[in-house]
Design a protein around this ligand. Structure first.
Ligand code: C5P
Length: 327
């Protein structure tokens, strides 16, 4: 396989990719003592990918480990050690007891700050690639455990497919029978929304609605049973009728213009339109690929999105695409 064009010459390098996620159901419970919210979610990986290359570089080749980000939205992504891929590299390097200098190249294929786990996918791809680069040989379960330390969505970006997520989203159970394919229009908004801000807005809206409400407790486990059953069938309309996102009201409150995007997509004939995760990306579920292309064209024509893409799911999780050692 040809080496990634962005790989520094002469360096041993490994490239991995990791997918974006959407939440087919996102039930949000109370804020916990640690500041996170209990979730009950059905994650699905979709065919938009982050690509991360990690490369060993000479100790005297650079002053610091470099992080280079390319692709749409790249200027919004930090390139210091707070970058999630850099944190993944630092975690495994420390675990390996290595002082190797590692350059990181990230190519963005997932909307930045769009509620589709682009940063988490960077961390997932970086974990998989660095594990191979440093010869750690951690299995998937061990990588998912490290992933949970980096962010709530990172374990799912490693696993991919369709999975039930609980805890703060990091506890996963793969939904093996959830094979129903989906064709989805992804409408990117101008600007992004920060996940903590949207969670805080949800808490505020709930307190405002019912100040006496002592809390919502855990989202009800059985709440996703009809959706899980529909995902085992092959009726896109049945699945679409069961999609839900508790975060949507908060995202719409912070970015009211999204209401128009949702209306246009629904009027264009989508089976269902909703905000993706914490937003502001909007998703429109369609009957097949041709339908999705037609809906995408309508949304583009109305000028209610910065960019419109068509994707599908489920797809697999993080994996290596280029390892020159061929292991
Ligand atoms: O886990 P992650 O670092 O991606 O979460 C980012 C922020 O989103 C958290 O600091 C928290 O404010 C919020 N969050 C939450 N409940 C979750 C997941 C994230 O409140 N289940």
């Amino acid at each position: 396989m040809p080496r990634d064009a962005s790989t520094p010459a002469g360096a041993r390098a490994v490239t991995a990719v990791a997918p974006a996620k959407i939440n087919l159901h996102l039930g949000v419970g109370d804020v916990r003592g640690d500041g996170y919210h209990d979730l009950l979610t059905v994650y699905r990986a979709v065919d938009l990918w982050e690509r991360v290359t990690v490369a060993l570089v000479d100790a005297d080749a650079a002053d610091d480990d470099e992080v280079i980000v390319t692709g749409p939205g790249a200027p919004q992504v930090p390139t210091d050690r707070t970058n999630l891929a850099a944190r993944a590299v630092d975690l495994l390097r420390e675990e390996a007891g290595s002082d190797a200098r590692i350059a990181i190249r990230i190519h963005k294929g997932v909307p930045v700050a769009g509620g589709m786990a682009g940063g988490s996918a960077d961390a997932a791809a970086a974990l998989v690639a660095t594990d191979r680069l440093l010869g750690l040989g951690l299995g998937r379960a061990a990588l998912e455990e490290r992933a949970a330390r980096l962010g709530s969505d990172v374990p799912f970006c490693i696993r991919g497919g369709t999975a039930l997520g609980t805890g703060r989203g990091e506890k996963l159970a793969t939904l093996l029978h959830a094979r129903a394919e989906q064709h989805i229009v992804v409408a990117l908004a101008d600007g992004g929304l920060s996940t903590p801000t949207v969670f805080a807005e949800l808490d505020r809206l709930r307190a405002e609605r019912d100040p006496a409400d002592p809390g919502r407790g855990l989202p009800r486990a059985g709440g996703v049973d009809p959706l899980v059953a529909a995902l085992a069938g092959d009726d896109p309309a049945a699945v679409a009728g069961l999609l839900a996102n508790d975060m949507e009201a908060a995202a719409l409150s912070l970015m009211p213009a999204l209401r128009r995007t949702l209306r246009v997509g629904r009027e264009a004939g989508a089976l269902h339109g909703m905000v993706s995760g914490s937003g502001p990306t909007c998703l429109f579920f369609c009957t097949d690929r041709d339908h999705a292309i037609a809906v995408a064209a309508e949304i583009s024509e109305h000028g209610v999105a910065r960019e419109v893409r068509v994707t599908r799911g489920p797809v697999g999780g993080a994996h290596i695409v280029d390892d020159p050692t061929g292991k």
